[in-house]
Design a protein around this ligand. Structure first.
Ligand code: G6P
Length: 362
């Protein structure tokens, strides 16, 4: 059954490996043969009428929202904000005239997110919950629901729910963009994009031995680490850092690549691992410059780079994909680095100390 570990030692690796299938399922469930989104008209209408989209979430789901913001703004032209639910609940952001709320929540049970939804309902703000769990609390209480259809996620560290959230936001953004007559949205071949994502993720997981070697060599011996990136890579850097620290206990921070030099670079010592993500055509060369800055101060740099931007000596080269879907590929080596760092430290990968799969207290 879907919730059994099978031959895997840990659920986390099983769930990382399931991501190609999750991409294919979302494509089948939410795009027709011609690639047109199949999304409830009522949802598409409601988002289309919004003058601003507000995404609320916690943890990994929040990081998926940071990627979603880029995609929504690009394809719908609707300004999009992302907030921690735990902050918005008690410091409610200033609202535009016609807001639309999107809650990203794997479990559909996160108490912090529910506080915001309760307030939204009081104010009559329309909302959508994107969740993996049918009938969950946030699904029942929001105006609309879209299911991630990723299958049960058991490991505490979220992996396939993140990529499903990114992909489902892309599908909704395309549907809304098309409805609003946006040419870029109409032209966006998302069906092909998701199929490239599925193949690309497969290629990355097939190369996991090399990623394990990197984790053993650079991460396992280290007390701390950094992820850097710009644009969508910045959002992925934050998720990658969370993943690594939560399962391996290596203190890790995710940074906008250029921000490091404004203070935090003082923490770079001989051998500090700095993992750089490069997928953004606009800033690829600038991030290379930031790599130089840390390398010259002794950092052990690991690069995760889209094929179009790859150079001699890069460590992990990702198959080519549209920038707006790049998170679907770039996050996967970071999930594997976290998994192998934890496993090779002899930790319980699926149940890191102090953590729960879903947090139902504020
Ligand atoms: C917990 C989990 C995280 C998760 C977060 C939000 O802290 O340990 O992995 O990202 O809750 O959960 P949700 O179910 O709302 O996505």
């Amino acid at each position: 059954n879907a919730a059994s570990k099978g031959t895997y030692e840990f659920y986390m690796l099983k769930e990382i490996d399931e991501q190609p299938a999750v991409m294919r399922r979302l494509s089948t469930d939410y795009l027709d043969k011609a690639g047109k989104p199949v999304v409830d008209e009522k949802i598409v209408d409601a988002v289309s009428q919004a003058d601003r989209i507000y995404i609320f979430a916690a943890g990994t789901s929040y990081h998926a929202g940071l990627v979603g913001k880029e995609i929504f703004e690009k394809l719908t032209g609707i300004p999009t904000e992302v907030g921690y639910a735990s902050e918005a609940g008690y410091h409610f952001p200033m609202m535009s005239k016609h807001p639309f709320f999107i809650f990203l929540t794997q479990s559909g049970e996160t108490a912090d997110s529910r506080v915001v939804l309760t307030e939204a309902n009081k104010r009559g703000i329309p909302s959508l919950t994107m969740t993996n769990v049918e009938g969950s609390t946030l699904s029942r209480e929001a105006t609309y629901t879209m299911l991630l259809n990723a299958g049960p996620e058991i490991a505490v560290a979220s992996t396939k729910a993140y990529t499903a959230q990114v992909a489902l936001q892309a599908i909704l953004a395309k549907a809304v963009g098309e409805k609003l007559g946006d040419q870029a949205a109409k032209d966006w071949n998302l069906k092909q994009g998701l199929s490239l994502a599925a193949e690309g993720i497969q290629e990355i997981v097939d190369g996991k031995d090399k990623i394990e070697e990197l984790a053993k060599k650079y991460l396992v011996p280290s007390r701390n680490a950094f992820y850097i990136g710009r644009g969508i890579d910045h959002a992925v850097a934050m998720e990658a850092a969370l993943k690594l620290k939560e399962v391996s206990y290596i203190q890790t921070e995710g940074f906008a690549a250029a921000e490091l030099k404004h203070g935090t670079i003082s923490l770079i010592e001989d051998g500090t691992p700095v993992i750089a993500l490069i997928d953004d055509p606009v800033t690829a060369d600038l991030t290379r410059g930031n790599i130089q800055e840390v390398a010259s101060r002794g950092a052990n740099v690991i690069t995760i780079v889209g094929k179009q931007f790859a150079k001699e000596g890069d460590n992990i080269v990702l198959p080519e994909i549209d920038y707006y879907l790049s998170a679907l590929l770039s996050v996967v080596p970071t999930q594997l680095l976290a998994y192998f760092a934890s496993k090779n430290k002899g930790l319980d990968v699926d149940k890191p100390r102090n953590l729960a799969k879903s947090v139902t207290v504020e």
